[in-house]
Write a protein that binds this ligand. Structure first.
Ligand code: CU1
Ligand code: CU1
Length: 288
């Protein structure tokens, strides 16, 4: 049965509760922290050596698609009615809109330590202790909009301009690409802060706190953000019929990116699935 991922702003009170409770139960079982550990393990940048599977590489989209499916399966083992909702940050743009409500992910962090003190993931509730990638403490942190040096979420126009690119990705297949859907969506740029971070990356920066860096999975907003990014890949496929994941073949021997990126029919660690296998998920889920 194909299940539906919904806009988080359309969830009923019961759906919100069930999503939150499933997250808390996956955390209680110890499974959630494995997702955090795995994301930290794959947080390889193009300044380092070795294969880049999750970020700064073409497989950014299929890697996170598979990662979300694993979390969603864990949630659905707890409650089979639950799917990962998506946060449309082009529409829900304020620090008090969804998903920052008391019955969903809770609100902003307090000053000065950015500790989240409202909602189900507040430390004092006793159900969301940060154990992996701890930087500040065992509590979840946020700095929505980055009060000290304010940032705005990406706009609809910025997102659409990424989707307008008919090419999936281009050489050199890293964080320096100025063309291609993948990096326009992933959002690496050069120069100062406000231009260096776009779309996906800018949202991580806007949320701040735990969402900065490899341990970003510690904030459950990670999933609703990445579901929206995942939806953009599906939308892009619909807008550019026949456009495929690139590169189709591994880079030539001797090329700098040889062995550092994953081509369409190569296996992605840790699962061994290929980007080709992740391009069509219409038999698993769809977006409402
Ligand atoms: Cu990631
Ligand atoms: Cu991300």
């Amino acid at each position: 049965m194909v299940y539906v991922r919904k806009d988080v702003s359309t969830l009923t009170r019961t759906e919100r509760l069930r999503f939150v409770n499933a997250l808390l139960e996956v955390k209680r079982r110890g499974e959630y922290d494995e997702f955090v550990r795995m994301h930290i393990a794959y947080y390889t940048s193009d300044g380092e050596n070795g294969l880049r599977a999750a970020h700064m590489a073409p497989s950014f989209l299929p890697w996170h698609r598979r990662f979300l499916l694993d979390l969603e399966r864990a949630l659905r083992r707890v409650d089979s009615s639950v799917t990962v909702p998506y946060w449309d940050w082009t529409r829900d743009r304020s620090t008090t809109a969804v998903p920052w409500t008391e019955d969903l992910l809770g609100g902003n962090g307090r000053s000065p330590d950015h500790q989240v003190i409202t909602g189900p993931f507040a430390y004092a509730q006793g159900k969301w202790t940060i154990r992996e990638g701890v930087t500040n403490g065992e509590f979840l942190t946020r700095d929505l909009g980055r009060a000290r040096a304010p940032l705005a979420l990406p706009t609809k126009a910025e997102l659409e301009s990424a989707l307008a690119d008919p090419v999936y990705d281009t050489s050199p297949w890293d964080s320096t690409c100025t063309k291609g859907l993948r990096n326009k969506l992933e959002g690496w740029g050069t120069g100062g802060d406000s231009v260096a971070w776009r779309n996906h990356n800018l949202v991580h920066r806007w949320v701040g706190g735990a969402m900065l860096g490899g341990a970003s999975v510690n904030d459950p907003v990670f999933w609703v953000h990445h579901a929206f990014i995942d939806l953009q890949w599906t939308r892009w496929q619909g807008q550019h019929k026949g456009a495929r994941y690139l590169p189709a073949d591994p880079p030539d021997p001797g090329s700098e990116q040889r062995g550092r990126i994953i081509a369409r029919y190569e296996k992605m660690p840790p699962w061994g699935v290929t980007p080709d296998e992740m391009e069509d998920v219409s038999r698993i889920y769809r977006y409402a």
